[in-house]
Ligand binder design. Structure first.
Ligand SMILES: Cc1cc2nc3c(=O)[nH]c(=O)nc-3n(C[C@H](O)[C@H](O)[C@H](O)COP(=O)(O)O)c2cc1C
Length: 260
């Protein structure tokens, strides 16, 4: 089949998932278009992909699931028996049901999954876990995943015969409550609005960037990373116990898992 375009669809508040999807995409020999849903969009775009497009979906794992905000964007994306591959990145604890959830979600929207992968990376809440991953050897493996996907889309006339099995349970883990709303040190905040512009959930007021809508905040830490004054930080009373838990649970040397 003559393939048209590579469509990259991803969510990456702190940039790691973006790094991973771009590395995989580098090996795929098609013109690419990116849809980055970690940039807030008031109206969720409606996207329709053709049967000769190739879609690559990537998301970080939040509490063993795909971030709910990303699944809301996926609701408006449809394929037409479009071949697709999926990636989850996770902070060296576990990806639980996230890969299965991503697979079932895209398949229910008209995509045919021909490859899946879970890549351990640095944890955005506890950067000592998987520090500086993806490293050079991770990027090599991620690149090899891209090479295999490229080979598949070049060789196959039809994608019907691919049956990819991934770990996970359905019903999926319950969404955990987000208790990590980053607070603002008002003495440091200059109201530059970089946090409000960065927030993927539209949770920070443009008029008064010191205000965060706790119902909308997803605890992704993008505002903390974007604040040059260091005025934003996760509540230490909530973060400390989580860091203790992650210190015990995360294994920084977790291996990549690729399902083809
Ligand atoms: C709210 C939240 C929940 C997370 N939950 C998990 C998890 O369940 N398992 C895990 O191993 N890592 C978890 N992580 C770590 C992220 O999956 C990981 O850091 C990911 O690479 C972040 O992607 P990004 O840099 O593209 O935003 C979580 C991070 C955040 C912010």
């Amino acid at each position: 089949m003559k393939m048209n375009e590579l469509k990259l669809v991803y969510f990456s508040p702190t940039g790691t998932t973006r790094k991973v999807i771009m590395e995989a995409a580098r090996s795929i020999d098609l013109k690419s278009v990116s849809h980055d849903f970690s940039v807030y969009k008031e109206k969720k775009p409606v996207l329709k992909f053709a049967d000769n497009d190739f879609a690559l979906f990537a998301a970080p794992v939040y509490g063993g699931r795909i971030p709910r905000l990303f699944t809301e964007y996926l609701e408006n994306i449809s394929g037409n028996h479009t071949p697709a591959a999926i990636i989850v990145t996770y902070g060296c604890r576990a990806y639980d049901d996230a890969l299965l959830e991503l697979k079932e979600t895209v398949e229910s929207h008209g995509f045919k999954v021909i490859g899946a992968a879970a890549f351990p990376v640095e944890h955005s809440l506890y950067p000592l876990a998987g520090a500086r991953r993806p490293n050079k050897s991770d990027l090599k493996i991620i690149g090899e995943y891209g090479i295999e996907l490229n080979r598949r889309i070049r060789k196959a006339d039809s994608f019907d015969s691919f049956e990819i099995q991934v770990p996970g349970n359905s019903p999926y883990k319950k969404y955990s409550k987000n208790s990590l709303f980053p607070g603002v040190d008002v003495s440091l905040c200059t109201e530059c609005k970089s946090c409000a512009k960065a927030c993927p959930a539209g949770a920070i007021s443009m008029k008064d960037p010191k205000k965060t809508d706790k119902k909308k905040c997803i605890g992704c830490m993008k505002c903390v990373r974007s604040c040059r004054q260091n005025a934003r930080a996760a509540n230490p009373l909530k973060l400390r116990p989580l860091e203790w838990y992650l210190k015990k649970k995360c294994q920084s040397d977790k291996k990549e898992e690729i399902f083809l």
